[in-house]
Design a protein around this ligand. Sequence first.
Ligand SMILES: Nc1ncnc2c1ncn2[C@@H]1O[C@H](COP(=O)(O)OP(=O)(O)OP(=O)(O)O)[C@@H](O)[C@H]1O
Length: 582
Amino acid sequence: MEGSCFIVLVIGFSLSSDIRLAFSQQYSPRQIKGGEITEPAISFYYFALILTVNVIDIYIFVTFEKTTRELLLNVKLFNFFFCIELLLKIDYNKLSMNNKGPSARARAEVTNGDSTPIKNTPARLTPSGLRHRFVHKLDSAPKSQPNKGFHVENNITRVTPRSTAFNACYTPSSLFRNVVSTPLSKGRSYNLTASATKTKAKILESASSIQVQDLKDTEISNLTVAVRVRPLNTQECSLAKVSNIVRVNVNELTVFAGMNADATAGLTHSFTYDHIFDSTDPDSKNYANQEEVFRGTAIPLIDRAFQGYNACLFAYGQTGSGKSHSMMGIEALDDDASGSSIPHPEAGIIPRFCREIFNRLERNKHSIRAEIEISYFEIYNEKIHDLLCVTQSEGNNSIGNNHAASTPITTIGNSRPALKVREHPIWGPYVVDLSIHPVDSYEAMRNWLAVGNSQRATAATGMNDKSSRSHSIFNIVLNLMEIDGESSCNETGTDSYATNQTRRSRISLVDLAGSERISTVGSNGDRIREGVSINKSLLTLGKVIAALADAKKSTTNGSGFVPYRESVLTWLLRKRSFFLGQ
Ligand SMILES: Nc1ncnc2c1ncn2[C@@H]1O[C@H](COP(=O)(O)OP(=O)(O)OP(=O)(O)O)[C@@H](O)[C@H]1O
């Protein structure tokens, strides 16, 4: 019996070995980690085999593999008709890893640089949980021991402060918020719908680096970017297919793309700016009128100018987008002539700016004395024309108080004399022979503005009935002297003051010509030439701003090439000295 039993046992064993794979079952859930199928720490198998001939016998084998740290428990049950083999495998490596796994790690207390506890991280692998883990790994583990921090419970210390640690540069790129920042502007976001995930993936890479650097720049930036959305004009309203696709929510602007079957289909773009002025609907409670636009953009500049800083404000945008309306608006000569201290409701930033300067000087007339000079010129087809060049009527050399007494010289586009730009080794670029006019009242300034505006090159295009064909630059030089003591009448009969501090600031208010598509603005030869020139100089302006932002970001040197001289506009807006040698 023993002998046959032995033989049958051998047969049974060999059969069970052959058919083991066919009948085997594994009762242990497999896991997918990082794209690989991994086995858990404890696995349980059974094998059943019928048609064996044996008496009931049980064999138990226990083996422990020291090198792989695996315990194998093999139980075999034989009887006359079947054999069952049970196999239990315990992997001690994985067992010990799991005890230090996510939940254990998550219980660890996170502390900041000075070891003050901040919070207990949640015991789950949410994206934020992953961020925590990643931060810990980078902050607490030296490079030679990459996982050290994971095995030390309740002792994870963040080296860098919390704010720095959660900065995007420590975060895996896949967890970034989908943000594309413009240089020197805060968090411009670029949200895409699900249908555009491929594009999204592409921009993630660039977004990461831009955002990190821009976060640093926004702190030191002295640039403010504001956007104004104008209402649909009559022409647009008459077209059935035109509708407002822009929504404003505080300082976030969302553009809903149309249903075109092109790359823009289904895309929604969101941008964040320092200010957004929604002028689309006059009945809306958020409607931004000229006064609000002025207060939001220009008042901070006037404050700085009175402290002695130079300031520049320019309007940039597509043709017909409302730049001239915002910068100049309606010239209300009649209203102002009546001596009203309230500007015309439709007056733009420039006239309001001038009025505010004199209002402030009037309020501080006992402590500040000012000398103000203005100049106004345009850049038309890369040539500079003085907009305040006038022939004086006999016996009258002051246009300021009576502009009807002077006549602007030839005003027709190309026939006006072009001025040259020169570069002084110390003071930088300047316009040769540009006229400069001292002004002592708002009325004088307003009259000069009217003269300049009447000389600007404008033309009707397919996009705008009165399109500016040139960039106009209105300059104000403010010389402020703080008065120390009472005024006294000197020998010449004029007042003299003891001044103890002077401040000088230059303010440039720029109304750029609009970028335009040649096909939509018209096919006239002059318009095309102007359009090419406008687009070229705006392109250079963009390149200069980008180059300046790059040079600023570079910590090693700030000497990157900036193509100022590729257009007259950027050349002159560089450290300006329009008044040199006049
Ligand atoms: N906020 C606004 N409210 C009412 N009308 C506006 C507004 N902005 C612009 N408009 C009107 O839209 C038209 C075009 O504006 P504007 O001439 O200022 O554009 P622009 O950007 O200066 O164009 P271009 O670059 O061609 O000179 C004008 O008739 C203007 O009155």
